[in-house]
Design a protein around this ligand. Sequence first.
Ligand code: GLC
Length: 650
Amino acid sequence: MTFNKELHEYVNSIIDKKQVDVKGKDNVFYSRLMSNIDTIDHLYREIYGHGQFADEKYNELIVTLIEAHQKRENDLRDRDEEKIEKGNWFLSNEITGMSLYVDRFCENLKSLPEKLTYFENLGVNFLHLMPIFESPAGESDGGYAVSNFRKIDSRFGNIEDLISLRKRMQKKDMYLMIDIVLNHTSHHHEWAQKAKSGEKKYQDYYYMYDDRWIPNQYDDKMPDIFPESSPGNFTYIEDCNKWVMTVFHNYQWDLNYRNPDVFCEMLENILFYANIGVDILRIDAPAFIWKETGTTCQNLPQAHTLLRLIKQCVLVSAPGMALLGEAIVAPKDIMKYFGTGAFTAKECDVAYNATHMALQWDMLASGDTKVMLAAQHEILQKPYGTTWINYTRCHDDIGLGYDDYMIEQAGRNPYEHRKFLKDYYAGAIWNSPAKGALFSSNPKTGDARISGSLASLCGLEKALDEKNEYQVDLSIKKILLMQAHSFFLGGIPIIFYGDEVGYTNDYSYLNDEGKSYDNRWMHRPIIDWEKNKKITDPHSIESIIFNATKKLISIRKQHFLVGDHKNLTWLTPHNHQIAGYLRTYDDKKLYCLFNFSNQSAYLTWYAFKEHGSFKPKLYDYWKEKEYTIGLDNDYLIIEPYGFHLLEPRD
Ligand code: GLC
């Protein structure tokens, strides 16, 4: 960006008015602002241009940045400095997360601090609290329909409870993530209410139309996100006799980011969350924030410009807060959320490794790694300085959104292969051990996603129902295989709450009117602490899964090389049942090998001789056992659904 004297003078004039202590305590902030202002200006103008209205809002934006800094507490400013010093702190192998619904986990925010020892025991030091801001019961989409971005829903507690939790967590070196639901608000939000009552200013906060003329043009190319429960992308609002865009549920109104008022208001909310002390802000559904007729209204270039603008603003006022872009889209498109061109690694710092997550389920059902491997040249494009959330399950469904060509390269027919996977996990194949369900089946396109908990999809529920001990053991092996595979890939592993003790599906959502239309609730358990207490009974399933998960986390923490240093190599597929990757750093190596099939897998010892300097022995951190590397025509034998974490040794 070139130096723009006029712009700098303009900003300085605002700085003077806001009494920023440029030479004293605000000096570092001031230099951050001045060094980023040209980029902020450029990005802002790209979207909002130069009109009188746009200029006025631009002034407001700069004031917002200054005020957010002024409100930032000293402990958070210190934490910012520490993180800056560490550099890309979120790449670390020492962070392991858990995602949870506060009410379903422990009722409310006040009782969450009591559970911190539970997380410590497991090794989890990063919490993603599912949405806790006000959201109307019954029309909440699990909290993703927000009616007040500043008020915690009374079910969970209040803002003081959240801040006090954050402080307790911080003392224990734990990190906090919450969501900003950027794409839409609840129809109960004040803006939507005013729009309904006819206020033009707030109608412009949304995509609202008098008739179906423009909505029809949008609908022509926009896919249905929830085709079963909420088909179409517009909802008729009787109160004001208009159509409003509702891409997700009909109670979630899409915000109109063409309007700079919307951007500025949401930026204030983002910085408000930053000043609560959030370490990573999960930007919900960023792929959808810009709409254009004649397109699918996903992943549009303007959405990226807006995210870059947000990133720059956060860098100035709250540099310690990283951004996670929840873009669950095609592999090539996910990558773009890390930024491209001059903005490479300057957009979202973190994204969900949704492609790899789904591919793990592909491997588990098929016992074959070919499709997963065909996708890796895309996944490995991630720029240095950014990272993944690696996971096996989250609160959402599993979408098989990887490209057809990846399936074709593996020698399979994409339609048949996806059908097999859906049938397998929905339990529609007679001998499938999985118990899940199809989510959002679209009869027009034949698409469907998959719901079900980690344990149920791995066969534990069916095995328990059938009292089949052999299958119970096998399902536990699969659960651990899935977790281990994602823990060592590099990135932040996030465990979905309940999976650490093997919760199976919960069907109680069917009796709740506000949830029964959405089978994702089957894998969002209500924690029964009597069950979780069984982690102290060494023979219980809970204890076996918990302690194994704990061991995996602790192995991860011991090895700097499993952080995300762009240091992962996929091993030559000597055997397609085995997903094998090598992590290296300096002269250190860790071979991570996972047998995804129900047969023993044979791996030639040659696999350990292909990567430079050779050491004769391998120490397995998982099995706590040493192996001697044998002849090339001899093998390491990996049991069905078994895995090894092997370090070469002399
Ligand atoms: C995200 C959330 C999902 C929600 C949707 C709409 O994808 O993860 O649960 O339904 O956004 O807000």
